[in-house]
Design a protein around this ligand. Structure first.
Ligand SMILES: [Zn+2]
Length: 156
């Protein structure tokens, strides 16, 4: 038996249906969303049926974006833009040719296109040099507890 996966809404609710009688529920899952990417929850329906759902708060799909940012490495600054982003990493395009090596670490600062235009700073690892202008980067951690975490939850 496969356990159904449910997604967290922007109101921090999740909706699911009892597989036995078809009654649907919307539950407040706000207390779970900060902990783990996936949480297994157990519910008892009014009909007596007990069932589990997997609460998925993170979607690992990449999103094409256009976010202005600066990559910083060895006291050099490379202004440019993020062209796609996921909780695991991003692709950064520099305005000028950049001598950035594969597997080197750097810091990145960028502005989100959320209503607050939040500024985000992260340490990253350059995983792939795609050209002298384009770099595939990985976040140090794929857990984001600031506005970037909310961005992945609600603007994806
Ligand atoms: Zn039921």
């Amino acid at each position: 038996m496969t356990i159904p996966t449910v997604y967290v809404t922007s109101e921090l609710n999740a909706s699911f249906t009892c597989e036995s009688c078809g009654k649907s529920y919307t539950k407040d899952v706000s207390k779970f969303v900060r902990h783990k990417a996936r949480v297994r929850l157990k519910y008892k329906c009014k009909c007596g049926h007990i069932f589990s759902v997997i609460l998925e708060r993170r979607r690992t799909i990449r999103k094409d974006v256009c976010l202005k940012g600066v990559l910083m490495q060895n006291e050099k600054q490379y202004p440019g833009e993020i062209t796609d982003i996921s909780p695991n990493g991003l692709r950064f395009k520099t305005l000028r040719k950049a001598l950035i090596k594969e597997d080197s670490t750097a810091e990145i600062k960028f502005t989100l296109d959320n209503p607050n235009c939040s500024e985000v700073r992260r340490f990253i690892k350059v995983r792939k040099v795609l050209s002298e202008y384009s770099f595939g980067c990985e976040f140090e951690s794929s857990e984001h507890f600031d506005d970037l975490g909310k961005y992945f939850l609600f603007y994806f």
